[in-house]
Design a binder for this molecule. Structure first.
Ligand code: DGJ
Length: 744
């Protein structure tokens, strides 16, 4: 959290007090304490119940300052089967005392005791912006510090925990959440994002039923399979059967995102008493963190927020928060340069002459950054060799990278380079020298994927090597941008240089070292910008985004598939970081043929890139791309930093889709619209815009396409939002775009 955090007030019992009053240390004196955080349009409150447990009290729309939050009272036992301890929604529950719901923390002590019951000790303000709560086991010297910080603008709450072992002997942490969230009984539906390589960012929506829905990665990294984001909508529908989908612009939504790039898990459970509890943090699968006496373990941050404007409102809050508090250069990260990337044009066959020729063509379109992808280093001819050997291939670049970089600069662009620092091919000098550097179990096979193995970044020598070669590369070459790739998940995650009972710390130490390398490089090379790529969108989360300026959304660059991919992506992440390249047609994945205008408009909804083989373009293609790139440059701040409205979703085989982004000052709106396939002569549905100032006048400018019938050039915000306009858009894979600029 970098700024604008606001812990407005805290209450002891029913009386407002300043933090200095919260220093009581005996549980009896604390049992009526209530803590409250207000920010944006939301309020979060929890309190200490009569047993001394920290109990969730309220999460939702903002309450008035004078509203009193009733003190915490534990929920009753349900017959003799569900204890009060299990039924009471705790802020951070220890596994003990008959807890049947998901615990936040599960511990085994040295003597075999596995019972952990956490009680409130004290509360400490941390500046004026955040609050720390100290919990302790009822008898053992295990302490948990819970950190809370609320953003005053969006009301997004950052929560994390630090576990400290003050016992004389080590303890084993078997399950460690960052935070738990709880909502009282009601009808809810859950939205979450899943996918696979080339098919990331599928939005799933389902009613929440008794039991648990678990979304997770066991892969050592964030993964394509699911993303650490959730949203829970309160259902306004009275329907008892049939699908319930969360409303895009109406209704209450609670959402969260976990800032962790390693194995993670979020479980959403409806308890037997119909509460909904969300627990998220390190994935307990194969987890086991030995915490020695005197050590502590910090969890990632689990962010949570609330909107009463549906999923659209929730994602607009998250986008704003990411720009203002998470991304490098927050609160004002620059719109991303329009880039050219060589991958789809030349794959591994890069060389000086070929890249220079592409750079010349890219510059003529108006591209800002030229990025050379895979193939420039070691003995890299294909994906069988070279990873780990980060010297410039002398056959492909006899004079090093300098001539190419100089050429790119002379063309008015800056230069970016692809790296995959965490991997090694067995066919590499690095692996021949250090076969012990990879994740492995001695004496067992080492499973390869894409002919590569994962370097064990948890080892300090490996961390130093990776940081060292990257530092050297950036020191010796004028590189503005690294595309940081990561093309496989873990297997055989052994770390045999440390004792067996410490080996599973790899799940934490690897990621911590990754973050350290990124932070160090950014410090030493303050101008460097980084893209997080993992075979597409396999490593996108609020943890890596503290160090990455953008992400590679998907290897799937089919412009039609991208509409759904990008739609899903924006539920959790801002279009500012969503890299989208224009590539060739017919597309390599689906064989689909689309016009260059359609491809350009599809990519212009995020951060624009060009990834086509420009050697095959016609003069007309260059003219089209140049015109649309100029139009994009002029509208980019609105598109990537404005308020996004997903007017018509491309999901569920919709024949149409449309997005609109409105600048924060409401002075400009940009609209994109696409057909998949129209039938029976039916036209595009009426487009009623959103988020404009109803009293302002807006002038319409077409980027591509036109309206059906007569549409005024200038009309009020009320006109565009209520009357709306009809696009003249029919046929397969057609696209239109326009902007509205405020006149007065
Ligand atoms: C996977 C990435 O997602 C692609 O864009 C490309 O960089 C390749 N790796 C290169 O090996």
């Amino acid at each position: 959290m970098k700024s604008h955090l606001d812990l407005r007030a805290c209450f002891v019992g029913f009386t407002t007090l300043v933090f200095a009053c919260l220093s009581a240390t005996t549980i009896a004196a604390q049992t009526s304490q209530v803590f409250r955080l207000d920010g944006g349009k939301s309020t979060y409150a929890f309190g200490v119940n009569e047993r001394g447990e920290l109990q969730t009290l309220y999460w939702g729309g903002r309450l008035l300052t004078q509203d009193k939050i009733p003190r915490a009272l534990s929920l009753k036992e349900w017959a003799s089967f569900d204890s009060s301890y299990s039924n009471t929604p705790q802020e951070y529950s220890g596994w003990g005392a008959g807890l049947f719901t998901e615990p936040a923390l599960k511990v085994t002590f040295a003597d075999g005791n596995r019972d952990l019951v956490l009680h409130f000790v004290n509360a400490t303000p941390n500046g004026a912006q955040s609050l720390e709560i100290l919990l302790k086991d009822i008898s053992r010297e295990v302490y948990v510090t819970l950190c809370y910080s609320m953003d005053s603008e969006t009301g997004i709450l950052a929560r994390s925990a630090s576990i400290e072992n003050r016992e004389k002997q080590a303890i084993l942490l078997e399950q460690v959440a960052a935070a738990q969230w709880a909502l009282p009984p009601s009808r809810y539906s859950l939205s979450y994002l899943t996918g696979r390589w080339a098919g990331e960012w599928t939005l799933n929506q389902e009613p929440i039923h008794p039991g648990a829905r678990v979304i997770e990665s066991r892969r050592g990294s964030t993964g394509h399979q699911a993303n650490p984001w959730f949203a829970i909508s309160r259902d306004s529908s009275q329907k008892v059967v049939g699908p319930i989908t969360a409303d895009e612009e109406h209704g209450e939504v609670w959402f969260g995102a976990l800032a962790w790039s390693g194995s993670w898990r979020i479980s959403v459970e409806q308890t037997q008493l119909d509460w909904v509890r969300v627990t998220g943090g390190f994935n307990p699968f194969d987890f086991g963190y030995k915490l020695n006496s005197g050590e502590h373990l910090e969890t990632p941050v689990f962010y949570g927020g609330y909107s009463n404007h549906g999923l659209g409102g929730a994602s607009r809050l998250l986008h704003r928060f990411e720009l203002a508090h998470v991304l490098p250069h927050a609160p004002d990260p620059k719109p991303r340069p329009v880039l050219y990337n060589s991958w789809e044009a030349t794959e591994f066959n890069v060389d000086e002459a070929g890249q220079m020729a592409l750079a010349e063509k890219a510059a003529s379109i108006g591209v800002d950054r030229f990025v050379m992808d895979d193939g420039w280093f070691g003995q890299r001819k294909n994906d069988h060799a070279g990873l780990g050997d980060w010297y410039v291939n002398p056959r492909k670049f006899p004079h090093g990278l300098k001539p190419l970089i100089d050429k790119v600069h002379a063309l008015g662009m800056d230069f970016g380079l692809w790296v995959e620092p965490e991997m090694v091919n067995p066919d590499s000098d690095l692996y021949r020298k250090h076969p012990d550097w990879v994740l492995n179990f001695p004496g067992r096979p080492r499973s390869e994927q894409r002919n590569q193995l994962v370097l064990n970044l948890a080892r300090s020598d490996v961390r130093d090597y990776v940081e060292g070669f990257l530092d050297k590369l950036l020191t010796e070459n004028d590189i503005a941008f690294l595309k940081w790739d990561y093309n496989r998940n873990w297997s055989e995650p052994g770390w045999d240089q440390v004792p067996p009972d410490e080996q599973r710390r790899v799940y934490v130490e690897y990621i911590r070292n990754l973050y350290t390398i990124l932070a160090d490089l950014r410090k030493k090379h303050p101008k460097i910008e980084i893209e997080s790529c993992s075979g597409g969108g396999g490593r996108v989360d609020l943890g890596i985004l503290r160090f990455a300026d953008e992400v590679w959304t998907s290897d799937n660059t089919d412009p039609f598939d991208r509409l759904t991919i990008q739609d899903g992506f924006t539920y959790a992440y801002t279009p500012q970081i969503m890299m989208a390249w224009v590539t060739d047609s017919p597309h390599w994945l689906n064989g689909r043929t689309t016009s260059l205008t359609y491809r350009m408009l599809s990519s212009m909804q995020g951060s624009l890139g060009i990834g086509a083989n420009l050697n095959h373009w016609t003069a007309e293609d260059f003219a089209t791309a140049k015109g649309l790139t100029a139009a994009y440059h002029a509208m980019q701040p609105t598109i990537v930093r404005g308020n996004l409205y997903r007017l018509i979703s491309p999901r569920n085989n919709s024949p149409f889709s449309s997005t609109e982004t409105v600048s924060r000052d409401e002075n400009q709106a940009v609209v994109f619209a696409f057909t998949h396939s129209t039938q029976e002569g039916r036209g595009f549905p009426l487009l009623q815009l959103q988020g404009l100032n109803p009293d302002a006048e807006y002038k319409l400018t077409w980027i591509a396409g036109k309206a059906e019938g007569e549409t005024p050039n200038t009309a009020s915000g009320a006109w565009w939002m209520n009357h709306g306009l009809q696009l003249d858009l029919r046929g397969d894979f057609q696209a239109a775009a326009f902007r509205l600029d405020r006149q007065r």
